[in-house]
Structures are given as structure tokens and as C-alpha cells.
Design a protein around this ligand. Structure first.
Ligand code: FAD
Ligand code: SF4
Length: 327
């Protein structure tokens, strides 16, 4: 195994980092390196220039007067903020469900939501993959499709997005803050990840030259009553087969706002809008939860190898909502 030679920049300010990203069109950001280094090692990524952002001081968490919170892009996946756990439980539960303690200690929030797919063909350069090499074909469509997506796929790509955190962030209406030489802009989490269409190599709406500097969680009544549940092959150290992030604002016994987001089933964290509609305005009884769980699979298009994911989605949504109701 030989890693291609690359130039390494270690800027000390955000301004310097975005200047380099603007100037060097082929530069790639590296944060904790827990995903990118494996891609370099395996010859899947071959950047000529890396911009190490670990010295930028973007690792702080700042609470706002309105109850919302701004979390730096370099904040660790080994989250240890008790207020965050209390007010956004779905976020800390999702982080704790990921990887291992050692990896979480290295990994950052910005890197987590930007991590690349775990589709096995993407990670093995000897296989055709439209995401890695646009136009080369998709080995997963004819190959083993058991881990592939059931929502939002295209004839170009059926890979799933692997991040647990990104699913939770959709349930709390998070906003990604991106900085470039032109200034800062907000990208709602609902708009951050792209579905593959004809261009599966384009995965986010981040523009060339932009750096994620923070993730903001607005103050929302449903965020405090939220839960993340992940089904996986092993009890730890495994990506989601399917997962659900659920959040409910309940007033006078009835659901006022519902969020149901799914992981492990789509090329981007997936909002189960039909399930949210079933819950809204009703008392979250066992019957309503059951109906929401069924609605969560509306629009699913499983392939020959992954029909089991349809039933798993129903079960994970039912159980996540039931557990939330018991809190
Ligand atoms: C064995 C193993 C098991 C894992 N299990 C899980 C799991 O169960 N659930 C889960 O969610 N994740 C899991 N992960 C993935 C892990 O969470 C990610 O690798 C990690 O979060 C990435 O963060 P990082 O800071 O190391 O990113 P890096 O590896 O440094 O970067 C990852 C990507 O993000 C981009 N990037 C990083 N920071 C920024 C920024 N500020 N602005 C713009 N782009 C940026 C990089 O260019 C790169 O493309 C696992 C990883 C491993 C190795
Ligand atoms: S599903 Fe997507 S990532 Fe996997 S081989 Fe096909 S194009 Fe590549």
C-alpha cells in the first residue's frame, strides 16, 4: 500500500483556511482524519493538497439566550456536555451510538456529517463506482445489494449515507454554517445532503472553497423530547442497518410537531414525512404509533436483496416512538 504524495497546509485561522481553499481548487479538508485517512490508505481518495483544520479553534459549544446552541465544526464526537444531553437527547444518543470510544475521541462533527459512504464497492478501487469515478458504472446494482438504500436511489447509485449524527440533526432542524472567502452562509440540514440522481459524486450542497465552521441547533420544543434508536449487526462498532431519530412536541396530550428521520436507508438522512403527518394532531397511542411506523415506509423501493429493510424501518420507528413515550 502506497499513499500518494500530498502537500499539507496547517492554517491557524479560519480566514487563512478559506483563503487556501479558495486558491487551491483541488484542496481537501482534513479534520480528525478517521474517515479520510482510510480513503487515502485504500487509494479511494488521492488529493494533492490537504488542509488540516485542527488548529482553527472551532471546538467550542456556545449556548444562546434563546436556548439554541452553536457547536463548532471541530467539536468532538465524544460529546460530554450534560446540557446538550438534556436538551437535545437525540443528538448525543446518535453520537454515542457511533463507532468506538477511540474513534469518537478523534472524530469531529463537521467530519461526521461529511463522511463518505460505506458502500463496499466505493471503498474498493478495483470495482466500478459512479460515486468514486463518475460514469464508470455501479457495481452494487448487479452485486450484493443487502446494505443498500430503499429510498431516494437512482439508476446511478444506491449507496446509503452512514452518519448517525446527520439523522439526528434532521430531527432537530439543525443548520450547517459554511464559511468561504465571500462570507458565511446557513444551510438547513434538510438541504445539506444531495440525493444521487445522475451525479452521485456530488454529495452535499457545500460549494467549492467552503469550510463548515459550526452546526447550529435552534431552540425548538420538540428537541427536548427526542430519541435516537439504531438497529445494527453487532451491539457496538457497527454502522446502522436502519435507525430512527424521533422528536415530538406534545401539548395537552396531542402531538403538535413531529419529526421522524431515518438512517441506513437512503443516500441522505431521510425524513419520513408521511409518518410525521400521521402523528401530528393526535394522541401518540399505540395505534397511532403503529400507523406512523407503517407510514414511515411510504415510497420505499427495495431491491431484490434488501426487502428486510422495509420491516426493519417499521420496527425501529415503532420502538423509538414507544420508548420516547415511556420517558
Ligand atoms: C471503524 C469505524 C466505525 C465507524 N462507525 C460509525 C458509526 O457507527 N456511525 C457513524 O456515524 N460514523 C461512524 N464512523 C465514521 C466516523 O464517525 C467518521 O469517520 C468521523 O465522524 C469523521 O470525522 P473526522 O473529523 O475524522 O473527519 P475526516 O476523516 O477528517 O473528514 C471526513 C470528511 O469530511 C470532510 N470535512 C471534515 N471536516 C470538514 C469541515 N469542517 N468542513 C468541510 N469538510 C470537512 C473531509 O474533507 C472529508 O471528506 C466510523 C468510522 C470508523 C473508522
Ligand atoms: S451504489 Fe453508489 S457508491 Fe456503491 S458502487 Fe454504486 S455508485 Fe458506487
Amino acid at each position: 500500500m502506497t499513499v500518494e504524495t500530498f502537500h499539507l497546509d496547517r492554517p491557524r485561522s479560519v480566514a487563512e483556511a478559506v483563503r487556501i481553499l479558495h486558491r487551491e481548487k483541488d484542496a481537501t479538508v482534513i479534520a480528525g482524519g478517521t474517515d479520510l485517512v482510510t480513503l487515502l490508505r485504500d487509494g479511494v481518495a488521492t488529493p494533492h493538497r490537504l488542509v488540516d483544520v485542527s488548529l482553527l479553534g472551532l471546538d467550542r459549544i456556545e449556548w444562546r439566550r434563546d436556548g439554541g446552541v452553536r457547536i463548532g465544526a471541530l467539536y468532538s464526537n465524544a460529546v460530554a456536555d450534560s446540557r446538550l444531553a438534556r436538551e437535545y437527547p437525540v443528538v448525543t444518543e446518535a453520537l454515542r451510538a457511533g463507532a468506538s470510544a477511540q474513534i469518537r475521541g478523534m472524530a469531529t462533527l463537521g467530519g461526521n456529517i461529511s463522511q463518505r459512504t460505506r458502500c463496499r464497492y466505493f471503498r474498493l478501487p478495483e470495482f466500478a463506482c459512479n460515486k468514486r469515478a463518475p460514469g464508470s458504472g455501479c457495481s452494487a446494482i448487479e452485486g450484493d445489494g443487502s446494505g443498500q438504500a430503499i429510498f431516494g436511489t437512482s439508476s446511478s447509485c444506491t449507496a446509503v449515507h452512514p452518519s448517525d449524527l446527520a439523522v439526528a440533526l434532521r430531527a432537530v432542524d439543525a443548520v450547517v454554517i459554511a464559511q468561504s472567502q465571500r462570507g458565511s452562509r446557513e444551510i438547513p440540514m434538510d438541504e445539506f445532503h444531495l440525493l444521487p440522481g445522475d451525479t452521485p459524486h456530488r454529495e452535499t450542497t457545500l460549494r467549492p472553497g467552503e469550510l463548515i465552521t459550526a452546526i447550529e441547533l435552534p431552540a425548538r420544543a420538540h428537541s427536548g423530547h427526542s430519541h435516537y434508536l439504531k438497529f445494527r449487526d453487532r451491539a457496538s462498532f457497527a454502522f446502522a442497518l436502519v435507525s430512527a431519530a424521533v422528536a415530538l412536541d406534545i401539548r395537552g396530550g396531542a402531538v403538535r410537531t413531529a419529526r421522524v428521520a431515518l438512517g441506513g436507508v437512503a443516500p441522505a438522512p431521510w425524513r419520513a414525512v408521511a409518518a410525521e403527518r400521521v402523528l401530528t394532531g393526535k394522541r401518540p397511542t399505540a395505534e397511532v404509533i403503529d400507523a406512523a411506523a407503517k407510514a414511515a415506509t411510504e415510497g420505499a423501493r427495495p431491491g431484490k436483496d434488501n426487502e428486510h429493510k422495509v420491516e426493519l424501518v417499521r420496527r425501529v420507528v415503532r420502538r423509538a416512538l414507544t420508548e420516547l413515550g415511556q420517558r
